[in-house]
Design a protein. Structure first.
Length: 247
């Protein structure tokens, strides 16, 4: 499987997990040896960091699933000939969600709907919807029309053409959008702490509010490590799901 990847992709697939392990292990070694005061020690306790990481991952995973099960079908719909007139309005709304600052989307929705994890997930869904939608549309429109015509020529139904020809051919482009959305969600989920949804962003806000530099830097490092891990996972999924001969 790795043989069909470029040299750069192979380096990234091997190098990213190594870098993540180095960051996490380096932080754990520093944490065990650092001279922390009571507030820093309690905030950076392993149990607390694990809890915040779990909260962060729950938000990211649910938001990612929500984006994929909505953006991909909408992207498919927009590439069907009889509904192309919807492309403009849908892209306009999606672009609005992407253009607005994520913290603004989160806070405005929290004021309207209330604080908590569900609102954070809804906000991140709005923010990450466009990359997957745009790549789904681009991937499907980039499928060679002669392949589609050939499939139709052997009496495949529209559903069979979509599932057996168009989606497999468009999958690499769709996966790039999914990977982009994942990384965006990991970073943006740090803002969930502002509406009492938890996550690793809590370390950053605590470090700023209490002027505790070790807590602030720890939060930034752990979020960066998580983003790298998610980027690596996205690349692995892209490799596994991409049909042979398309790399």
């Amino acid at each position: 499987m790795l043989r069909r990847l470029s040299r750069e992709d192979r380096i990234l697939l091997i190098g990213i997990p190594v870098l993540v392990v180095l960051i996490v292990c380096g932080w754990l070694i520093w944490r065990s040896a650092a001279d922390l005061d009571d507030i820093e020690a309690r905030t950076l306790a392993i149990a607390n960091v694990v809890t915040l990481t779990r909260q962060h991952l729950v938000i990211v995973i649910i938001a990612t699933v929500a984006v994929m099960i909505t953006a991909v079908p909408v992207g498919i719909l927009l590439t069907r000939r009889n509904v192309t007139f919807l492309a403009g309005p849908v892209n306009f709304v999606a672009n609005m969600g992407q253009a607005a600052p994520v913290i603004g989307v989160i806070v405005l929705l929290a004021i309207w709907l209330g604080f908590g994890t569900p609102v954070a997930i809804l906000s991140l869904w709005i923010y990450a919807f466009l990359p997957v939608l745009a790549n789904t549309v681009a991937g499907l429109r980039g499928v060679d029309s002669s392949l589609v015509e050939a499939a139709q020529g052997i009496s495949m139904s529209p559903a069979q053409v979509l599932l057996r020809v168009e989606l497999p051919m468009a999958l690499p482009v769709i996966m790039v959008g999914a990977r982009t959305a994942l990384v965006l969600l990991v970073g943006s989920a740090a803002f969930a702490t502002f509406i009492s949804a938890g996550g690793l962003g809590n370390l950053i806000t605590t470090g700023i509010n209490l002027y505790r530099f070790p807590i602030l830097v720890s939060g930034a490092l752990l979020i960066a490590a998580l983003a790298l891990a998610v980027e690596w996972l996205g690349r692995v999924m892209e490799v596994v799901l991409t049909p042979k001969g398309m790399k």
